[in-house]
Write a protein that binds this ligand. Structure first.
Ligand SMILES: *[C@@H]1O[C@H](CO)[C@@H](O)[C@H](O)[C@H]1NC(C)=O
Ligand SMILES: *[C@@H]1O[C@H](CO)[C@@H](O)[C@H](O)[C@H]1NC(C)=O
Ligand SMILES: *[C@@H]1O[C@H](CO)[C@@H](O)[C@H](O)[C@H]1NC(C)=O
Ligand SMILES: *[C@@H]1O[C@H](CO)[C@@H](O)[C@H](O)[C@H]1NC(C)=O
Ligand SMILES: *[C@@H]1O[C@H](CO)[C@@H](O)[C@H](O)[C@H]1NC(C)=O
Length: 525
């Protein structure tokens, strides 16, 4: 017995090569989840069936889902019969689902996928001439939930709905034909993600008749792909989040279209969109559309919902559909912001050159109380010092140039360090780690991503003598004797005490030593 799924092929011939590459990148992601089973019908005549998701303890189902899948070649064995029965049941369910377009056109009502065992046996399946759309989703990744649709895709912004018209057999088939995504790349943040507007993707199996009213008609037709993403206010103000959750993932998702891509933004944050204007203009030649305010029905040949984020301030080339690296991203940033300084060249001490140090200053927490002394020390050691408070970094285009002009960037753990992305190759990031077992967290966010961009890392861990926490807590308090016990009580306390609750008074002797070492490492004679 052979499972036939004709009708898919014609669609493949209609899409340009570029789009085909995209679709093939997603092919493995097109495992279909229906009830407890994953299945997809493949043009090759295979049925893919897998058991329910394997879950990890202590996480919700959505956090980590690993499909335990097996590919069955269609044959007449008992398990395949079971497969087919399941498929038929699911197909019947889909056919009766509300999302199917109501139409009296008998052709449109004809099943677009095998609906009887005879057809599954390959006896009567008919070729379908009309082009088919394809919906592919991947919810198994730790940090993101993404879908890509290709073919006849219609977006209505005001209702945050994406219609996938006439989805093909090997498409992802969500329950009832709808899937919802909050298109922000931080799905593990249970509170934050709730602030993100939900986008509904409705996929219909049938080709729509010309007079069909069940689906909205296109009022604007675009001939380029679209990328839908959110800029939720709660995250957008923090530059670490802007970079980690939006700027890098957006590059990952949209750069391959070389500017010919429409960006559609939900939870449109005016301030962030303005701040990122040079970057967005480099990614897309079209103005960004505020999706929530848009009443048009926009039709696209391809739509991505959600951005591809791999890891904290990192791109994993093996996960990137285009094999992008952080070096590629950095080069793109340099061209978007016209950054001229590509290499941090060691300064020649004998000819009086000074390496340029950018000192990031914080104001409300994790501030350096003896800032003036620290600056004087860095100058004495031999650096040319440029200081920047939060107000200076607000204009991204100007600040990117300041960062790019420096060889070393120094700052206390915090979002400002995210600006390392603008440093020249072989630049050095110096992170001052506040009190409270913060070395690991600090390294994870601002140390670990550096080698991917050809940057070097130095940390300066403060002692219990260098924190203003000693004015608040006695020496024998757990804050000093067992900071890990604070971590065990959860992030809220870590935030209140170690992140928001201290300023630092640097031990200038200790600081001078570390600065001298760094000076030696970035200079020659
Ligand atoms: C989702 O994407 C990841 C990374 O590209 C891939 O390893 C995984 O197989 C995909 N999952 C599905 C269900 O296709
Ligand atoms: C699918 O439809 C049924 C019946 O209307 C409903 O009970 C169920 O919650 C729906 N499932 C989803 C995922 O929307
Ligand atoms: C550094 O400068 C000194 C004095 O100008 C010069 O003699 C020396 O060759 C320079 N070193 C390098 C590596 O360029
Ligand atoms: C840190 O210093 C700033 C002023 O420099 C002050 O406003 C803030 O309250 C201080 N924070 C702590 C936790 O001491
Ligand atoms: C990077 O910087 C270090 C220290 O200044 C220097 O020894 C090394 O040669 C530099 N690498 C390149 C490729 O310039």
């Amino acid at each position: 017995m052979k499972l036939v799924c004709r009708g898919v092929a014609p669609a493949w011939f209609l899409v340009p090569l570029l789009l085909l590459v995209v679709v093939f990148g997603f092919r493995e992601a097109s495992i279909t989840q229906v009830s407890d089973f994953f299945f997809s019908i493949r043009p090759s005549g295979q049925v893919r069936l897998s058991k329910n998701n394997v879950q990890y303890p202590g996480r919700t189902k959505e956090d980590v889902v690993v499909s335990d899948e097996t590919v069955h070649k269609a044959s007449s064995s008992e398990s395949e019969k079971l497969t087919i029965v399941k498929l038929q049941a699911e197909i019947a369910k889909l056919k009766s689902a509300e999302c199917m377009p109501k139409t009296t056109d008998p052709v449109a009502e004809a099943p677009q996928f095998p609906a009887s065992s005879d057809e599954i046996a390959g006896d009567t399946a008919k070729d379908v001439a009309a082009p088919r759309s394809k919906l592919s989703c991947n919810f198994t990744l730790a940090r993101m939930k993404i879908c890509a649709m290709e073919g006849d895709v219609r977006v209505h912004g005001k209702s945050a709905t994406v219609y996938v018209v006439a989805a093909s057999h090997d498409s992802y088939w969500p329950e009832n034909g709808t899937v919802t995504i909050r298109p922000y790349a931080r799905k593990l943040d249970p509170v934050g993600i709730k602030t993100v507007r939900e986008v509904t993707i409705r996929s219909s199996a049938l080709v729509v008749a010309a007079d069909d009213t069940a689906l909205p008609r296109c009022t604007v037709t675009h001939d380029v792909p679209a990328v839908v993403f959110s800029t939720p206010g709660g995250f957008s103000k923090n530059f670490f989040h802007a970079m980690d959750d939006t700027i890098i993932p957006l590059y990952n998702t949209a750069h391959e279209y070389d500017g010919h891509v429409q960006l559609l933004v939900t939870d449109y944050d005016r301030t962030l969109i303005f701040k990122l204007r040079h970057y967005l203009a480099a990614l897309s030649i079209y103005p960004v559309i505020d999706l929530d305010a848009d009443d048009a029905v926009r039709c696209f040949p391809l739509v991505h919902v959600g951005l591809e984020r791999h890891d904290e301030l990192r791109i994993d080339p093996t996960l990137s559909r285009k094999g992008y690296t952080m070096m590629d991203f950095r080069d793109f940033l340099r061209s978007a912001y016209s950054l001229k300084h590509t290499w941090a060249t060691p300064a020649n001490r004998s000819s009086g050159q000074r390496p340029r140090l950018l000192l990031l200053l914080r104001r409300r927490s994790r501030a350096i109380t003896n800032e003036a002394e620290a600056i004087a020390t860095a100058i004495e050691v031999g650096f040319e010092v440029v200081t920047a408070g939060p107000e200076k970094s607000r204009d991204m285009a100007t600040f990117a140039k300041v960062v790019n002009s420096c060889d070393v960037m120094l700052g206390v753990h915090g979002a400002g360090l995210t600006n390392f992305v603008f440093l020249p190759n072989n630049g050095t990031v110096m992170q001052i780690i506040p009190w409270g077992e913060m070395k690991g967290i600090g390294w994870h966010e601002f140390g670990r991503p550096l080698p991917d961009m050809g940057l070097r890392y130095v940390d300066y861990e403060v002692t219990a003598e260098e924190t203003t926490l000693k004015e608040v807590y006695p020496k024998d308090h757990a804050v000093f004797t067992d900071p890990n016990s604070i971590h065990k009580q959860g992030f809220t306390l870590v935030w209140e005490i170690f992140l928001n609750g201290q300023n630092l008074t640097l031990d200038i002797g200790h600081f001078r030593e570390v600065m001298q070492q760094t000076y030696q490492s970035v200079t020659i004679t």
